[in-house]
Design a protein around this ligand. Structure first.
Ligand SMILES: Cc1cc2nc3c(=O)[nH]c(=O)nc-3n(C[C@H](O)[C@H](O)[C@H](O)COP(=O)(O)O)c2cc1C
Length: 166
C-alpha cells in the first residue's frame, strides 16, 4: 500500500483539530502521507488508503461534522482500514482509563467495522462558542486535558498498522 491517510475531524472550538494535526504529524514522521482536514470540507475518500475520523463530544454525541462524514462516506470507509477517536472529558479521566465510545460512535464502529476507537481528554478555554461553554468556564470546569503523549502513542500504533504491522 502507498500509505496515504486522511485524518478527518469535527470541531467547534478547534481542540479536536489540534489532536488531528498531532496524529497526522506522527503518521508523516512514520513515513506515511497524511492530510488532517475538517470533515465538512472532504468531498471523497477514494484517494486514501486508510482513514482516521475524530470528533469533539457534545452532549453525549460525536460532533455533527464527524457524524455526517461517516454517514456520507460510509461505503468507502467500510472498505478501508478505519480508526475513530473522540475528544471530550474535561478532567484527567481519559488519561487514567479507557473511556468507551458514546452509543452513536459505538454503532458507527460496528457498522463500518472500525479497527479501534479511543477517547482523548478535551479542552475548553476562554473564547469557546456557546452559552453552555461560558457556564462551564465560569464554574471553573474548563481547561486543557489533551494528553499529547497518549495521542502520539496511539497515532504510532495506527501508523504501524497502516504500514502492515511491521
Ligand atoms: C456544550 C458542551 C457540551 C459538551 N458535552 C460533552 C460531553 O457530552 N462529553 C464529553 O466528554 N465532553 C463534553 N464537552 C467537552 C468537549 O467535548 C471538549 O471541550 C472538546 O475538546 C471539544 O472539542 P472541540 O474544541 O474540537 O470542539 C462539552 C463541551 C461543551 C461546551
Amino acid at each position: 500500500m502507498t500509505g496515504k491517510v486522511l485524518v478527518a475531524y469535527g470541531t467547534t472550538n478547534g481542540s479536536t483539530a489540534r489532536i488531528a494535526e498531532a496524529i497526522a504529524d506522527v503518521l508523516r514522521k512514520d513515513g506515511l502521507t497524511a492530510d488532517a482536514l475538517p470533515a465538512r470540507t472532504v468531498t471523497g475518500v477514494s484517494s486514501y488508503d486508510a482513514v482516521v475520523v475524530g470528533g469533539g463530544l457534545y452532549a453525549g454525541r460525536w460532533h455533527k461534522d464527524a457524524r455526517r462524514f461517516v454517514r456520507q462516506h460510509g461505503r468507502a470507509l467500510a472498505e478501508r482500514p478505519l480508526w475513530l477517536f473522540s475528544s471530550g472529558p474535561l478532567d484527567p479521566s481519559a488519561s487514567e482509563r479507557d473511556i468507551p465510545p458514546v452509543p452513536g460512535v459505538k454503532k458507527v464502529m460496528a457498522r463500518l467495522d472500525a479497527r479501534e476507537h479511543v477517547t482523548f481528554g478535551g479542552c475548553l478555554e476562554e473564547g469557546a462558542k456557546g452559552w453552555v461553554a461560558g457556564m462551564i468556564l465560569r464554574s471553573k470546569k474548563g481547561g486543557d486535558f489533551r494528553d499529547f503523549t497518549a495521542i502520539e502513542m496511539w497515532a504510532g500504533r495506527v501508523a504501524t498498522d497502516v504500514r502492515g504491522g511491521e
